[in-house]
Design a protein around this ligand. Structure first.
Ligand code: GLN
Ligand code: ZN
Length: 767
């Protein structure tokens, strides 16, 4: 049995790549230095994998920005607007590459970046390939060959990794009408063949084609394309060992197709879809090898060796050990690099975890164990599993019982919206077109420096508190001055909308270096839910109460919702996600009730991540949406009718889940809208969304200050499809990343826009 890896984190254990990239972009380091940093990381990664004992180590998994963009450069899919960058002799291939990734503004040229979107259901973002009707492809960048050769020089025969041609086309976007991107397959395939032609004489043995779309819902045309490309590759290169890798879901209805491809090995994700193994083994053709993705590439927990050995023995008994390979479930770019450098985490909790480096050791250990060697590994692993299973740190019977006893009525407000609305109108006395913001105000360098000084002990708790209070008071005074209707305290005390809550909840732990690439040089460090989640004490009441005490106007309480907290954390794998979601929901519910008791009459529960949690296969949507919506409702339903619950989502695609959004039954929802010129309100209008809506009229992603007239114009568009009583006036999202001067100007304009609309409605009524 052979071991292999699908991809290794490329940001460097100490985020060396991030630093080098950013220095290069700021002209603080030379291209030569940047390239050297890349070379060092590749070398370290290869050597580390070799020392771990992995048989087939990937190459071409390294990328300065994104592997999909790398491929666009490889196959010469350069949109025309970048040709000017390429033609300028002063620019290197890297400059062209970064121009596509980040845009280009130099010497009077101003070119926008390519679009970026989420890589399946991960938090990694890729650069979307652009396809045109008469798209030609040619081998432009030889990175895959160069990287393979570089490893060869170091004495390592690697397995180059490349996104397969069908998945590459499916990841892209047609930028013109009148053609289907899959029709480009005939033009694209020759570039792949040329790459193989160049690699073959260099002792190439294995090559890995990533085809995650084989585990998604795909069209008949895509299925045909799969047959076509892999037959052609086989025809021309019968000697090369081809591995097709699938991940993030099961083959399901594509099982027969995937198994019929004329390739040497197929990789399946047994973490996401363990149940597929039986079907695959029952119909696998006699020449095909199977790669078992058994170590979770997307989470931080130690592998359960007993369970994995079960899969391995089963596969070996059908296929014999020379037709079985083992690997992580997917590329390890989705896990943090190295647990060994975590020094402050409790050793008990640390002993339940494995980051990328440790996951490779697990693969190798499983290989020994499958051969009946080094049984001590199994004993050690069993001990760790046992300790986690029984730990009092993890398990709280009180929390579990509370989740088990959630009743239907706990997920329901006392009365339907129409009745609540009447009571809220009386209690809140808001004008038409009430104005509010989404929560955060600018986190200035000053505010951030207080926090960091406080963390370092350079400010006492009392000093830090006083500074935050001063900042909060100023923001309250200023909101009063411009005539905002529902105020916010500004969230100055928060570093991040999930971390802030994670830090105060039981069941959460934080790593110091557990960074994962999000896009380009951006990395995130998700908090880790290791145990039953509960709320030892109030989390936000102090600040909301303080802010409310400063004003007679309504002060909105500000919370992050259970689905978003779940989605942006590493979560437990020893219980279903929904169970963790309900534990968090109960903690938020208690906070909502405490806010209400403290006199807060309007409470916002942000759920910007509900949509991104959607499963990859449509057949699984309903199940997810049912528990996700219910978790939100549990968090929101403990209050009386008079208390107004808001939610916020900062994206715009609602069409396919609008019913579920309505089922959340928030009294008010604020959404992003300004960029699309209110077009996405159509979904709400067609559906006849029953509750109140605040379509964003101020694009907070740009420093630009919109004028009152522009916002009135947007609101008139909204008014054409949504009734006047339903409309709120607010920005697209929080203002954390903006600066004060533009924020003040824009919000002043926004309040005047609302006033203008109130007047015009009055006139309409009078006339
Ligand atoms: N209340 C949060 C803020 O204003 C919401 C942020 C978000 O939706 N991403 O910052
Ligand atoms: Zn938002």
């Amino acid at each position: 049995m052979q071991t292999h890896n699908l991809g290794y984190p490329r940001i460097g254990t100490h985020r060396e790549l991030k630093k080098a990239n950013e220095e290069y972009w700021q002209n603080k380091t030379s291209l030569k230095n940047l390239l050297q940093v890349g070379k060092n990381i590749r070398k370290q990664n290869w050597q580390l994998q070799k020392e771990a004992g992995i048989d087939w180590i990937p190459s071409n998994d390294f990328s300065f920005y994104d592997q999909v963009l790398d491929l666009s450069l490889t196959v010469g899919a350069i949109p025309e607007r970048y040709h000017a960058v390429a033609l300028n002799k002063e620019n290197s291939e890297m400059d062209l590459y970064f121009a596509m990734a980040r845009g280009y503004q130099k010497n009077g040229i101003d070119i926008k970046a390519m679009e970026m979107t989420k890589w399946f259901d991960t938090n990694y973002h890729y650069i979307v390939p652009e396809f045109y009707k008469n798209q030609e492809f040619k081998l432009l960048s030889t990175k895959i060959i160069d990287n393979y050769y570089e490893a060869l020089q170091l004495g390592i025969i690697t397995k180059p990794v490349i996104i397969g041609p069908v998945s590459y086309l499916l990841l892209g976007k047609e930028k013109e009408e009148g053609f289907d991107k899959l029709d480009l397959i005939k033009n694209l395939l020759p570039v792949y063949l040329e790459i193989l032609r160049k690699l073959e004489p260099l002792d190439l043995e294995w090559i890995q084609f990533d085809e995650p779309f084989l585990a998604m819902d795909i069209s008949a045309k895509a299925k045909k394309a799969y047959q076509y490309v892999y037959s052609e590759i086989k025809k021309e290169f019968p000697q090369i060992k081809t591995l097709v890798a699938t991940y993030f879901d099961g083959l399901k209805d594509n099982t027969e197709l995937a198994l019929s491809l004329p390739v040497c090995a197929l990789h399946i994700d047994l973490v996401r879809c363990p149940e597929q193994l039986d079907k695959v083994l029952s119909i696998i053709p006699s020449k095909l090898s199977l790669s078992l993705g058994i170590v979770d590439g997307r989470n931080v927990w130690k592998n359960d060796f007993t369970k994995s050995l079960g899969f391995i023995y089963k596969a070996i008994s059908t296929l014999g050990d020379n037709r079985v390979m083992i690997a992580p479930s997917c590329s390890l770019i989705h896990s943090p690099c190295d647990l060994d450098i975590e020094t402050i985490m409790s050793s008990e909790i640390k002993n339940w975890m494995a980051f990328a480096k440790q996951k490779l050791n697990e693969i190798v250990a499983l290989n020994y164990l499958a051969r009946g060697e080094k049984l001590a590994f199994l004993e050690e692993n069993k001990k760790a599993m046992e300790s986690r299973k029984n730990s009092t740190l993890i398990h709280s019977s009180k929390v579990k019982e509370r989740v088990a006893s959630i009743r239907e009525e706990d997920a329901q407000r006392q009365n339907p919206f129409s009745l609540r609305r009447e009571k809220q109108v009386k209690a809140l006395k808001l004008p038409l077109f009430p104005t509010t913001t989404i929560g955060s105000f600018p986190q200035t360098t000053e505010v951030r420096s207080w926090r960091s000084k406080f963390k370092k002990g350079e400010l006492t708790a009392a000093e830090y508190d006083a500074l935050l209070k001063k900042e909060t008071e100023e923001s309250v005074r200023w909101q009063e001055e411009i005539g905002m209707d529902v105020l916010v305290h500004g969230e100055f005390e928060r570093n991040d909308m999930v971390e802030y809550f994670g830090e105060q909840l039981q069941g959460y732990v934080f790593s110091k270096n557990g960074w994962v690439q999000s896009y380009g040089s951006r990395c995130v460090k998700p908090p880790i839910v290791f145990g039953d989640v509960s709320r030892p004490k109030e989390m936000t009441v102090y600040w909301s109460k303080y802010a409310q005490s400063l004003t007679n106007k309504l002060m909105k309480g500000m919370l992050t919702g259970p689905v978003t907290i779940l989605q942006w954390s590493f979560v437990r794998d020893d219980q279903p996600r929904w169970q963790t979601a309900f534990q968090i929901a109960l903690a938020i519910r208690d906070e909502v009730c405490d806010l209400e008791n403290a006199g807060i009459k309007v409470i916002q529960i942000d759920e910007p991540a509900i949509r991104e949690g959607l499963p990859l296969r449509k057949a699984d949507w309903n199940n997810y949406l049912n528990w996700a919506v219910k978790a939100f409702r549990v968090s929101a339903s403990g209050v009386k009718d008079e208390t107004q619950i808001h939610t916020h989502m900062c994206y715009s695609e609602f069409n396919d889940i609008i019913q579920n959004i309505a089922d959340m039954d928030a009294d008010v929802i604020t959404i992003e809208c300004s960029r699309s010129q209110m077009e996405l309100l159509d979904a709400f209008a067609d559906f006849k969304y029953p509750n109140e809506i605040g379509p964003g009229v101020y694009d907070i992603h740009s420093p630009r200050v919109p004028s009152k007239e522009e916002m009135v114009d947007l609101l008139n568009k909204a008014k054409a499809v949504i009734s006047v009583e339903q409309l709120w006036v607010n920005p697209d999202c929080g203002l954390k990343t903006r600066h004060w001067p533009e924020t003040k100007k824009a919000l002043t304009e926004m309040v005047s826009a609302a006033k203008m609309l109130r007047l015009s409605v009055k006139e309409e009524v009078l006339s």
